[in-house]
Each structure stands twice: as C-alpha cells, then as structure tokens.
Design a protein around this ligand. Structure first.
Ligand code: R5P
Length: 261
C-alpha cells in the first residue's frame, strides 16, 4: 500500500484507537430528501465536530459542506437508481476518480449487490474503482447492500465482505449480525457497520457496542444518528463506545445528559 493511500486511510481510521466513527449522510442518492436529511447542511453542521469522516455524494458536499471545514470526506461514487424502482442493484459509477481527487476525498464508496440481478456489474465496477484508486492513492470503501430477498446472516454477509476484499476494497461496510466475529475473521480488510433503520437509541448504541466488541473497527452510521431526537447526543454516545469502549448504559447516559443540555 503506498504512502498516500495509507495516509488517507489513517485520516478515517484513527491511529490512536484503530477505530472510526463515520457519519453517513449519503442516503439521498437514491432516497431523495429522506427524514432527517431534508436540509443536509442543517443536519450535518452540528455533527461534524464529533465525526471522524463524512460519507456523502459530490452534490451534497459541494452544496452543503463549507470548503474550509476540516473533515475527511468519504465520497459516494455509485448510484443511478431510485427508491421508486424494485431493483436497486442496477448501479453504475457516478463520480470519476479525478473528481474525487479534486474534491480532496479521503476515500470513495461504492455499493455491491451480491446475489442480485446486477451482481456482476457492481463487482466489476468495484474492481475497476480499486484499480483507479490504487493509481491515485485513494482507498475504496465497499458497501455490501442487501436486497430485500437476502438474509442478513453471517453466511451471506461473510460472502459479501470477503468478495469485496478479494476485489481489492480497502475497507468494507456491512451490517451487524449474529456470529459477526465470523464475518470479521474471514474478511482480510477492516470492517465497519451501518446502523440500519432507526431504532430506539439504546438499541442502536448496543449495536455499535456489539459490533466493535466482535471486531468491527467502527461504524458508518446514518439514520440512528441524524433521525434521533438528539443527534449530537447520539453521536457523542456512539463515539464514546467506539473510541473509549464505554459501556452501553454509560453511553446512553451521555446521550440523555446531552439531551438535557
Ligand atoms: C446506503 O444507503 C448508505 O450507504 C448509507 O449510508 C448506509 O446504509 C448507512 O446508513 P445507515 O446507518 O442509516 O444504515
């Protein structure tokens, strides 16, 4: 791995803890103005001080994040479908590596849809993106998107994560599941988890806790932070779990204390 790529990765996975709190706000690329992200800038601004990186599209970045903000950017570069379609797997690469460099991204992110109609295209797109990324020192995050017909179990998610790593992904984002340590153990690159649909705050904190306990290097969490009644309290609590190994009850206390403030 060359110096530039290592340097970019080290801005995402914090060298002092080996962990990361990535804030995902890229949902609009197929969901449009989803709950909590109707006005991206308003949602993101107060959360930036507590995030290790921000995952979003080029359109959201250009319009909603001031250029002088010091936050590593994980740029979503795949898309091309909307929630109105039954098959969300028909994605292509939507943003070039050249643009990712111009936007000073620290990584690019692409979804793969293992087991879907467009499995092959999404996997070969990942492989091409990795080749371009290696040329530029740009890490690639593979997101294991799960179709409605797929089961989020260790067998399926291990398959997805391992294929992503074999295609050359430098970091993989997946879902937490029972026997999650098997997913991590069989994936030779670091794994982060998505938060998934909004759940009660304590449940989301337990998810983050269990994920890092079983080997994830952190979270790339969206809805369970920005759809919370107290997004800042929530990201502070997630941070305490990921970077300080804070227990769930204590972290939940931080969320509630912050809510009072
Ligand atoms: C997929 O839509 C995106 O990559 C999201 O950023 C990802 O699913 C993480 O967000 P959440 O924690 O809301 O699941």
């Amino acid at each position: 791995m060359d110096w530039g790529l290592k340097n970019r990765l080290s801005r995402i996975i914090q060298p002092d803890t080996g962990r990361t709190v990535m804030l995902a706000v890229d949902h609009g690329y197929f969901l449009g103005p989803t709950s909590g992200l109707q006005v991206i800038a308003r949602t993101v601004r107060p959360l930036i001080p507590y995030a290790d990186s921000l995952m979003l599209t080029r359109g959201a970045l250009r319009t909603s994040v001031p250029a002088d903000v010091d936050i590593p950017i994980v740029l979503r570069v795949s898309g091309g479908t909307s929630i109105l379609r039954d098959d969300l797997s028909n994605e292509d690469i939507t943003t070039s590596m050249k643009e990712a460099m111009k936007l000073n991204a620290c990584a690019v992110a692409i979804s793969i849809f293992v087991g879907s109609v467009h499995e092959k295209e999404t996997l070969t797109n990942l492989a091409k993106l990795v080749s371009e990324g290696e040329d530029c020192g740009m890490p690639v995050l593979a997101v294991t998107a799960v179709g409605r017909e797929m089961t989020r179990d260790a067998q399926y998610l291990s398959l997805c994560c391992r294929i992503a790593a074999e295609m050359g992904a430098h970091l993989v984002k997946t879902y937490y599941c029972d026997d999650f340590e098997k997913v991590v153990e069989t994936c030779p690159v670091p794994v982060v988890i998505a938060g998934g649909k909004k759940t009660p705050e304590k449940d989301a904190l337990k998810l983050a806790h269990d994920a890092v306990k079983h080997g994830a290097v952190g979270v790339d969490m969206g809805r369970n932070i920005f759809q919370s009644d107290n997004p800042v309290g929530m990201i502070k609590a997630v941070r305490a779990i990921v970077h300080d190994n804070t227990a769930v009850d204590r972290a939940y206390g931080l969320y509630r204390e912050s809510a009072k403030g």
